[in-house]
Design a protein around this ligand. Sequence first.
Ligand SMILES: Cc1cc2nc3c(=O)[nH]c(=O)nc-3n(C[C@H](O)[C@H](O)[C@H](O)COP(=O)(O)OP(=O)(O)OC[C@H]3O[C@@H](n4cnc5c(N)ncnc54)[C@H](O)[C@@H]3O)c2cc1C
Length: 399
Amino acid sequence: MDTDIVIVGAGPSGLCLARSLSGQGIKIAVIEQQSIDAISNPAFDGREIALTQHSASVMKELGLWQFIEPQAISQLRDAKILDGRSQFEMLIPHQLSQYQELGWLISNHLIRKSAYDAVQEANKLNHDITLIPGRKVVKVNASQKIAGVVLDDQTEMSAKLVVAADNRFSTTRRMMGIATDMHDFGRNMLVCCMTHDVPHEHIAWEWFDYGQTLALLPMNPDPETGRHRSSVVITVASDEAEELMKLSSAEFSRDVKERFGNRLGEMDLVSTIHSYPLVSVYPKRLVSTRFATVGDAAVGMHPVTAHGFNFGLLGVQKLSKEILSAHRIGKDIGDPALLLRYERTHRLKTKPLFLMTRLITEIYTKESPPAKLLRKVLLHLSAKLTPFKRSIATSLTGH
Ligand SMILES: Cc1cc2nc3c(=O)[nH]c(=O)nc-3n(C[C@H](O)[C@H](O)[C@H](O)COP(=O)(O)OP(=O)(O)OC[C@H]3O[C@@H](n4cnc5c(N)ncnc54)[C@H](O)[C@@H]3O)c2cc1C
């Protein structure tokens, strides 16, 4: 089968790339190892994704936003950072940005579903996207003239360009011989939804406590009980995460209430709990011969700065802009110069925050007495520096 672009992976990044290229006379094939049911109706996976204002506008342009119920979109008005057991908080108010809120929160499975729906809608009109579910890419070939993939049923496909959107552990990136800087933090992130007594006032918390990092992402009230509701994120050593997963719902709720120092009053688990190992990945190259990476395959962020999918959308925007400008003037869409421009821009946009995130997690997980003192001093100093806080607000809004 011949096509113009093969996208490996129908996660949110792969689907958004297909959607943004549709309608321009480019034939697109998206290969996904999961079944059509899993892609068209993704299951809840615990993740509430903090989206920048920039990402919200890209999702509106791509037609995803309109497929998400307004009640499922929560306002992330302000953010605050806490350290250890101190009552001191560094607030990042939305007033430091040009918006009424720093960003938005939407469940990952709803983003995935909206990306699938947007692709279906575009395809009804343009008939240029072939989605192949239930098939795994097992081989990638690329030469100066043509690229191609082989699927697990031995189907061969050739294309001008292959794009890997197949997650941070991308097997196709590996098949292309691209090495990565990978860091395993030895910790897991537990995510779930909980209701609580004390209102969150739409403020997100990032709490670098001792022995654990906690985050609270403000959601709209629980639709059944009307109680205040948040996405709770607990980062602990992997063995402790395993123990927590074994607790009953009531035990887990009590445990989390104590972890939050009772600051939210009674807390109740209202969803399943999901556990993610913390591994950050930055490939040495984002492109190769007739091959590019997007989404987590290009930048596998530590979720603490909430930028994984936001970077995914930036990459989709940049790569599709390059591809479409080449296509419009009849140039090769697998041209090495085009791919290198994409790589350069995306690196410039993502590498500084990737490194900064590593540094923050290094500093704020150290617990020797001098490290604790340094953490406290840094937070108090930062709280006094409005330009620094404004730069965090800018990063959270994406503008
Ligand atoms: C706990 C947690 C919290 C997060 N919070 C935020 C946040 O607040 N803000 C934010 O911006 N980001 C956040 N992220 C990151 C965000 O979830 C990811 O960046 C995003 O989901 C990645 O999408 P993707 O499409 O690149 O990859 P994925 O969603 O991983 O999709 C990859 C797809 O490729 C398919 N695939 C893999 N290999 C093959 C193959 N060989 N052949 C065919 N198909 C294949 C897979 O089945 C999958 O469907 C968070 C992540 C975690 C874990």
